[in-house]
Ligand binder design. Structure first.
Ligand code: ADP
Ligand code: MG
Length: 572
């Protein structure tokens, strides 16, 4: 449990404030998280790493020369919002593009992905690295679909060192993926963790037992067993990870040299970790492996969770060079970096003070129409809030109606404010998309936000838009839902309505967007109704998949309702 806090709501923010206060030479607070106190050299790629809070030193503790340039900091165990990610990037990017690095979790994928969409529309080259080292979470063939745990440390360390050594964006991205593909972790938990201020842990492990392969937020593991001795625990960890050792001495350049991280998850003492490591060291030697700069301690924690994980990085020459390179961050330092003067950063970017780009009169007129559409969406969502909530409650968490109502209201308000400030069509939609995701929370909110942002990329701030632009923008929006959400038709999500809608729209369009949208919306409505026949495989509803049979997918239904309303609105 947490002994020291002021209020649970402020815990994550206050922890960041204290971290920055303790390391003023390294860190500054920026809207959305932290950034280096020094300037990123012109043309150097920025490594922006992040995720939820509660995992210290991941991720804010790894910001500094030789590693991260900045870290958006979400609330405890929840992804930073797209606005937070965007804001931290704006405070780090300096002409060399940006790598967004985070653990492979659905919420992070959505919110970092949405920020990436917006940044790309502004001409910033963004690459995404999803760390996926946890072997308990998927098969070896699907390594990149696994979730990220302590492998965050070596992947970001290696990428940051490569950048410090002069790598450009392509090279840094290549090395980060290479490090991720060479990294394997496995973890055990002896007891759950408790959110600050909460009375009960998020999950329990029975006394004397351990959850094998349990995730760092209590995600289900593989099995459970009696804890056993420290040596037995070490053997279990080692055997699991070494089972995925690549071949030695082939063309890939791996020769049996490994970076080793024995990670405590929060409550296991350093002495206990060393007892375990003594056995790990024996096993490494027995296997003919050389541990390269092993690390034993707390690197990716999970609040006060009792648990331990082992990570091996199967090194080649270039990965080893960057693993060993100097780094100076608040939580993780080694060696000495060249001491040439690093200039202090100049100013802090803040969305609240950001200027609206110049726009042409025709684009401003188009922005007015977009704001009117979003106002209409707000009304339609409010009218359907109760029904959508009821549908989501059958097999989901019951918040879809609220999410759509909050999201559309946030987007409509933001669009209206942007239009009043003279924004063109493109900027209005970019701002509205971010606002939708921020106001809604939830999966559908991030996806609708991404859709608006991507639709905005089809417009310009200079010129007006024809009927064709409207259709192209909708198609771009749907593409981004597919890209970010990763769902396929048949998964029982809004994609089941959006994909046939898109096909029908393209087919029906002959110069009149309103008429084509109306026709396609009827196809979408039938497809949404048909989702009642399938069991959910994705999203929150997947846990209760069979329960959803007989009820249509709420996200598919809200999509078809909004498109029908849009067709109507444009035809009038
Ligand atoms: P949450 O699932 O976070 O509670 P909502 O309740 O607002 O979010 O939205 C649920 C809807 O989101 C689902 O009905 C489904 O249509 C949609 N959804 C969930 N996951 C995905 C995904 N990966 N791709 C597309 N749509 C999704
Ligand atoms: Mg829901």
């Amino acid at each position: 449990m947490t002994y020291l806090l002021n209020t649970p709501d402020d815990f994550a923010d206050e922890a960041i404030r204290g971290l920055v206060a303790a390391h003023p030479d390294l860190l500054v607070e920026v809207p959305g998280g932290v950034a280096r106190a020094t300037q990123t050299p012109s043309g150097q790629p920025a490594l922006v790493i992040g995720g939820g809070s509660g995992h210290y030193p991941a991720f804010a503790g790894w910001v500094g020369p030789g590693m991260g340039h900045g870290a958006p900091c979400g609330n405890i165990f929840s992804s930073p919002s797209a606005s937070q990610v965007y804001s931290v990037v704006r405070n780090c990017e300096n002409g060399g593009g940006v790598i967004l690095g985070f653990g492979n979790y659905a919420g992070d994928v959505l919110h970092f992905g949405l920020a990436a969409e917006k940044l790309r529309h502004e001409g910033i080259d963004v690459r995404i690295i999803t760390v996926s080292d946890d072997i308990a979470s998927n098969s070896p063939e699907n390594h990149r679909d696994r979730r990220g745990v302590a492998g965050d440390l070596p992947v970001f360390k290696i990428a940051g060192a490569a950048i410090e050594a002069g790598a450009d964006l392509d090279e840094a991205e290549r090395l980060a993926w290479k490090a991720n593909d060479a990294t394997r972790s496995f973890g055990l938990a002896f007891d759950g963790c408790t959110l600050p201020g909460a009375g009960e842990p998020l999950f329990h492990v029975d006394k004397g037992r351990m959850g094998i392969g349990l995730g760092i937020h209590g995600e289900p593991g593989i099995s459970e067993a009696r804890i056993g001795t420290a040596a037995e625990v070490a053997d279990l960890l080692f055997d699991k990870v070494i089972a995925e050792e690549p071949p030695r001495n082939d063309d890939a350049g791996y020769t049996g040299r490994v970076a080793v991280i024995l990670n405590g998850l929060g409550t296991v003492k350093y002495e206990e970790l060393f007892v375990v490591y003594a056995r790990i060291a024996e096993r490494l030697a027995d296997h003919g492996l050389t541990a390269v700069r092993p690390e034993v301690g707390e690197f990716v924690t999970s609040l006060d969770m009792a648990g331990v994980s082992l990570t091996l990085v199967f090194l080649d020459e270039e990965l080893e060079k960057h693993w060993l390179a100097p780094v100076v961050t608040s939580a993780y330092s080694r060696g000495v970096l060249p001491t040439e003067e690093r200039p202090a950063r100049e100013g802090i970017w803040d969305a609240a003070k950001a200027e609206i780009p110049d726009s042409g009169a025709e684009s401003r007129a188009c922005a007015q129409k977009i704001a009117a559409v979003l106002d209409m969406f707000r009304q339609v969502c409010a009218d359907n809030e109760a029904e959508l909530g009821r549908l989501d409650a059958v097999a989901g968490d019951g918040d879809h109606g609220q999410g759509m109502a909050f999201g559309s209201r946030g987007a409509a308000d933001a669009a209206r404010a942007a239009v009043d400030d003279g924004a063109g069509a493109r900027t209005t939609l970019l701002i509205a998309g971010e606002a939708w995701a921020q106001a809604a929370g939830g999966t559908s909110g991030a996806l609708w936000g991404a859709a608006l942002t991507s639709a905005g990329g089809v417009f310009t701030d200079a010129e007006g838009a024809g009927e064709h632009t409207v259709v192209d923008a909708i198609a771009a929006g749907i593409d981004s839902i597919l890209r970010l959400g990763g769902a396929e038709p048949g998964d029982k999500t809004m994609v089941d309505a959006a994909v046939p809608f898109r096909a029908s729209l393209m087919d029906a369009f002959d110069g009149d967007a309103g008429a084509a949208i109306t026709q396609a919306a009827q196809v979408a409505r039938r497809a949404a109704d048909d989702t009642a026949d399938i069991a959910a495989r994705l999203g929150r509803a997947r846990v209760l998949g069979d329960k959803s049979v007989g009820t249509p997918d709420p996200g598919a239904l809200s999509f078809s309702i909004l498109m029908a309303a849009l067709g109507d609105h444009l035809s009038r």
